[in-house]
Design a protein around this ligand. Structure first.
Ligand code: BES
Ligand code: ZN
Ligand code: ZN
Length: 475
């Protein structure tokens, strides 16, 4: 989809269709109010009417929030995609950057399609959207550029995650990371299993041992001239999670190509941040591993020694993400000094899905005000997020009789939190208040399309982190 701004009069702009985003209040002022009334159009969210002869598409929008506007433009685009119309116009009205952001991101995310595995590729002409405003200001132009970068990065992440485990394995992660680094001002280092072995990363190594694909630790760095902050973004990149010897039942295994969602998201984040030239230093660390079964597989009952020397009793090989992240977090904190923030993104637990639903990211950590900041930036960016609380009793549930800790809590409850408390064991005292864990198991993969998200990966994490980093020096 191509998007441009115009300050000509709405009527004078030639297009196949005009998209009219309308609230209940405005129904009476509309040109086609009679037909709309006959069609029982109430201007509710997600309600669309396409009047082909009139060349008008009406969409309901209940308020001016990001959610309503992005969902409205997305509803219109989904309807228009069924037709042969390609050139579109929509009115922005006043020079409101927030509204423009929602329109652009909603439109680009809604126009995403993943056809890689369709044998018949239907060649469709690209949609062309003109956003009409009264005056083209610099801030509108900047917002358009940034929103295009953000939404395209979201779509990039979606395509990575949607790719099958046969086509996207740790080496593919490496190739894509190198591609992103080459196109932007980013340096990249990739470490294979020899390095992991020599550097005592036996927690991560164990998870990938039964895979025919070599595990990779990928480290990308973006540095602006005068960085205001040093941010480390760690991603769980399980290119497939079969559960290992604690094998997943068939109905839970299907879909586990999405277990690389965190790793792909951090790649999308650094792509967007470098393209937006944000004034920060960003390190992205991806633990790219495949969790498989076989004679060489790691086992429940094994005791693993992580990079920081802590011993971990393996009680369940399906709780593998935390084992990979443990070593990646230690690697990050040893390599990178004077960190401002260290955040990890992971499709870590089914419990997060159960606890907060499939639309929301669960944010955890020791620093309450940082959690609040992360939640409010997420909401501002258009993503849903909430925070979950730690407590001393949940902390005790990951104790082990024979090792320092266990990778499985001794209680069935609070699984998203106990997983995060496991990760906390690998955060140094210096970084305790700088660390947050983002469990994106819910929103990373969409089973039944919602809003501007089609079935498949959603690109969760990218918008919220770009927003957080953009606002880093604001209180
Ligand atoms: N990758 C899964 C978590 C997951 C579940 C992500 C559903 C997306 C959708 C993770 O590795 C896992 O299997 N976690 C286990 C942990 C348990 C064994 C403590 C889980 O959540 O059941
Ligand atoms: Zn698992
Ligand atoms: Zn997993």
């Amino acid at each position: 989809m191509l998007i441009n701004l115009s300050d000509k009069s709405f009527q004078s702009i030639q297009s196949d269709l005009a998209i009219i985003i309308t609230s209940k209040k405005c129904l009476d002022t509309l040109e086609d109010k009679k037909i709309l009334a006959d069609l029982n159009f109430k201007a509710s969210d997600e309600e669309v009417v396409l009047l082909a002869e009139k060349r008008n598409v009406y969409v309901g929008c209940e308020d001016d929030s990001y959610d309503c506007i992005a969902i409205a433009i997305s509803a219109a685009i989904k309807e228009i995609k069924k037709t042969k119309f390609t050139s579109l116009k929509v009115e922005l009205g006043t020079s409101c950057t927030d509204k423009l952001k929602a329109l652009v991101e909603g439109a680009i995310m809604a126009s995403y399609e993943f056809n890689k595995y369709k044998s018949k590729k239907v060649k469709k002409e690209k949609l062309n959207l003109t956003i009409v405003c009264s005056k083209i200001t610099t801030s509108l132009v900047n917002t358009l550029e940034d929103s295009l970068i953000i939404a395209k990065s979201v779509n990039k992440v979606r395509s990575y995650v949607n790719t099958t485990p046969e086509d996207f394995y740790p080496e593919t992660f490496e190739k894509e990371a190198v591609k992103i680094a080459k196109k932007n001002k980013i340096s990249v280092k990739v470490h294979g299993e020899d390095y992991l072995d020599k550097n005592n990363m036996h927690s991560m190594l164990a998870v990938g041992r039964a895979s025919r694909h070599e595990s990779k630790l990928i480290h990308l760095t973006y540095k602006s001239k005068n960085p205001k902050a040093k941010i480390v973004l760690v991603g769980k990149g399980l290119t497939y999670d079969s559960g290992g010897l604690s094998l997943k039942p068939a109905e839970f295994m299907a879909g586990m190509k999405s277990d690389k969602g965190g790793g792909c998201a951090v790649l999308g984040m650094i792509n967007a941040i470098s393209k937006m030239k944000l004034d920060v230093e960003v390190h992205v660390i991806i633990g790219a591993v495949e969790n498989m079964i076989g004679g060489d597989a790691y086992k429940p009952d094994d005791v693993l020694v992580a990079k920081n020397g802590k011993t971990i009793e393996v009680k369940n090989t399906d709780a593998e993400g935390r084992l990979v992240l443990a070593d990646c977090l230690v690697y990050a904190q040893e390599k990178i000094k004077d960190i401002t923030y260290i955040f990890d993104f992971a499709t870590l637990t089914g419990a997060a899905l159960v606890g907060v639903g499939q639309y929301t990211t669960a944010i955890m950590g020791n620093n309450s005000s940082l959690k609040c900041k992360a939640v409010s930036n997420a909401l501002k960016s258009g993503e849903y997020a909430t925070s979950l609380p730690f407590n001393r009793f949940l902390k005790k549930t990951i104790k082990s009789e024979i090792a320092d800790i266990s990778n499985l809590a001794n209680s069935r409850y609070g699984g998203a939190i106990t997983a995060a408390l496991f990760l906390d064991e690998f955060i140094t005292d210096e970084n305790k208040d700088k660390w947050l864990h983002f469990d994106i198991a819910g929103p990373a993969f969409v089973s039944h399309s919602w809003g501007y998200n089609p079935h498949g990966a959603s690109g969760a994490g990218v918008r919220m982190m770009v927003e957080f980093i953009k606002n880093i020096d604001k209180d």
